[in-house]
Design a protein around this ligand. Structure first.
Ligand SMILES: C[S@@+](CC[C@H](N)C(=O)[O-])C[C@H]1O[C@@H](n2cnc3c(N)ncnc32)[C@H](O)[C@@H]1O
Length: 296
């Protein structure tokens, strides 16, 4: 009995002094141990990414497959997960069958750094920050509007579009008792100079736009011949661009509120000129003249 007490005591002491990652499930293989994301966190991450039946989700380092299985079962999405552990892959594919989603969720053996992400509309990770950072250039090159959700670990200086903290009493590993949830939306690349045309009676037709872009953060100017004027509230979310500026025809300040969709080297959209009853809605478009690459 004394012997047993000593073993228990040693076990408790070990649990207290061991780094929490050593308490993880031993079945993980590769660059990070296997720790499952608590189900409540999986649900919330998928809600943050607004996952729906039109989505294709890829979980990088899929563990028991809960991200993709939940996306299929509760949100109607399709997708796959990759892992290096035969044991976890077998379990994930078996659970996909018992969940009734094996036609929309499957799991394959692959190094997550080599996975083709081109089909993804949503990418999910529960990886170490340096792994997220290594994946970052590949993620930023995905189709604008692709959502990325990550559990607990960030993407360095690419700040999230949304983050939240959940209290998760059953969580024992990583940050015990709490989870950090992050969402990023891949922004279209607009950094550089653009030549724009609008069809407005109160504005010269040609317009030069310049954007400086740091991930989803934008600053910019518009030039209609004279001095460049700063853009008001320039914003890029996925492929959706918006900004405004005022011009002064006669002595009246006239607001120009632009929205547009970025498609590679062109932008097409509408501009609302003026306010109230006299407001006009006109088409505008732009073509890139010179690109300035942002951080990757
Ligand atoms: C922290 S777990 C996350 C599991 C699951 N995504 C979740 O959120 O519940 C990380 C997983 O990544 C896998 N893994 C580690 N390095 C990998 C690599 N280079 N390629 C593929 N999978 C890897 C591990 O086997 C482990 O199952």
């Amino acid at each position: 009995m004394k012997q047993l007490k000593r073993v228990w005591g040693a076990g408790l002491l070990l649990a207290l002094v061991l780094p929490s990652y050593l308490l993880a499930d031993e079945r993980g293989v590769g660059d990070v141990v296997y720790v499952p994301t608590p189900q409540v966190v999986v649900d919330e991450l998928l809600r943050m990414a607004k996952v729906g039946p039109q989505d294709f989700i890829i979980d990088l380092g899929s563990g028991d497959g809960r991200m993709v299985r939940t996306a299929a079962k509760k949100f109607g999405a399709r997708g796959f997960g990759v892992d290096l552990s035969d044991d976890l892959l077998r379990e994930s594919n078996a659970l996909a069958i018992s969940d009734g989603v094996s036609d929309r969720a499957h799991f394959v053996k692959e190094n997550l750094f080599e996975t083709d992400l081109s089909k993804a509309t949503v990418v999910t990770t529960y990886l170490l920050p340096e792994m997220n950072q290594k994946l970052r250039p590949k993620i930023l090159a995905l189709k604008p509007g692709t959502r990325v959700v990550a559990h607990d670990y960030h993407m360095g200086d690419w700040k999230p579009d949304e983050d939240k903290e959940l209290i998760v009493p059953e969580k024992k590993v990583g940050n015990p008792g709490r989870s950090f949830l992050y969402l990023w939306i891949v922004p279209a690349k607009v950094g550089g100079r653009w030549q724009a045309q609008i069809n407005s009676p109160v504005h010269p037709g040609a317009l030069e736009l310049a954007f400086s872009q740091t991930f989803q953060k934008l600053e910019g100017t518009a030039k209609t011949g004279g001095q460049p004027i700063a853009l008001l509230a320039p914003k890029i979310e996925g492929d959706q661009l918006s900004f405004a500026f005022f011009t002064k025809p006669g002595d009246n300040l006239t607001r120009h509120q632009f929205t547009g969709t970025v498609k590679g080297d062109t932008i097409d959209g509408t501009v609302k000129v003026g306010d109230g009853a006299s407001q006009q809605q006109l088409a505008w478009s732009a073509k890139v003249q010179q690109r300035v690459a942002g951080p990757q």
